[in-house]
Design a protein around this ligand. Structure first.
Ligand code: AMP
Length: 283
């Protein structure tokens, strides 16, 4: 697999063949496509650290709720493949849905506990879809390292829990969130934003920074820190708060006082677009 050509495969059997010819360490970057610099940060890290990089592009139907944006989720395969080729990716796995979920598919992987809150509470079944597809991808690719963005903070922790609990032989590598120059975290869903909504979305990084500033000034009371975020978000008429959480960075249990690393995370609707973001506060 060390050739100059990037291989694009769409079936499980082609993927297995590509895997069989791989040498050295393998890095896997699971994505839903519509790639941006956030995804490419994962790819670049994988290129630095592993000898064969496999990127999957799969808009996974089972992680979307019935009233969510599965049908309109942006699909930009040609541009994605060109970007991955430029990054020197070795294998792209872009299966159709019935390749991942053939007729009769009836298994799932479910992580308990930390999936019941935040995104799990707002999007019932979401994490079961994520863990099932990522478990399948790990089994097919058998990577040494799995690259996940800190942007999806809870997802990163849920996958870490799955890997630990079930003894998958892979190291989960967290990659810091890539942001636009003005602070907005890159997301495929940012394309849904009309220009005035794009401007309004800046309230999210602004609210997180307000809490970070208070934290840096010594505030450790979690309710006060959450309050900073809520107050900042309230100043933007186009923003509707889903949740504001300040939780133990490992267990995602909500905190009273920040005495250990904590994830401050938000879900905010800007118009019809639901955005999530987070930062970690370290005492
Ligand atoms: P997605 O295509 O949204 O499923 O994302 C695929 C991977 O890219 C996930 O591990 C995400 O956490 C990661 N990712 C998405 N946006 C960013 C970002 N702005 N910075 C870093 N990683 C990201």
């Amino acid at each position: 697999m060390i050739g100059r050509e990037m291989r694009v495969v769409t079936t499980v059997s082609e993927l297995r063949a590509a895997r069989a010819s791989a040498t050295g360490t393998i890095g896997l970057v699971p994505t839903m496509g519509c790639l941006h610099d956030g995804h490419l940060a994962l790819v670049r890290r994988a290129r630095e650290e592993t000898s064969t990089v496999v990127v999957s592009i799969f808009v996974n139907p089972t992680q979307f709720g019935p009233s969510e944006d599965f049908d309109k989720y942006p699909r930009t395969l040609e541009a994605d493949l060109a970007a991955l080729e430029r990054e020197g990716v070795h294998v792209v796995f872009a299966p159709p849905a019935d390749e991942m979920y053939p007729a009769g598919f009836s298994s799932s992987v479910e992580v308990g506990g930390i999936t019941s809150r935040l995104e799990g509470e707002a999007r019932p079944g979401h994490f079961r879809g994520v863990t099932t597809v990522v478990a399948k991808l790990i089994n097919l690719v058998r990577p040494d390292r799995l690259y996940m963005g800190e942007k999806d903070g809870q997802q990163l922790r849920v996958i870490g829990k799955m890997v630990g609990d079930l003894g998958f032989a892979v190291t989960v590598v967290p990659v810091p969130t890539v942001r636009e120059a003005d602070g907005l975290a890159l997301s495929s869903r940012n394309r849904y934003l009309a220009p005035e909504e794009r401007q309004a979305a800046l309230v999210i990084p602004r609210a997180l920074s307000a809490a970070q500033d208070s934290f840096a000034a010594g505030v450790r009371d979690a309710a006060a820190l959450r309050g900073k975020v809520v107050a900042a978000l309230a100043a933007e008429p186009l923003a509707r708060v889903g949740y504001v959480s300040l939780a133990d960075s490992e267990t995602l249990d909500e905190l009273d006082m920040v005495t250990k690393p904590a994830m401050l995370s938000v879900a905010v609707r800007i118009g019809r677009t639901r955005l999530i973001d987070n930062v970690v506060l370290r005492p």
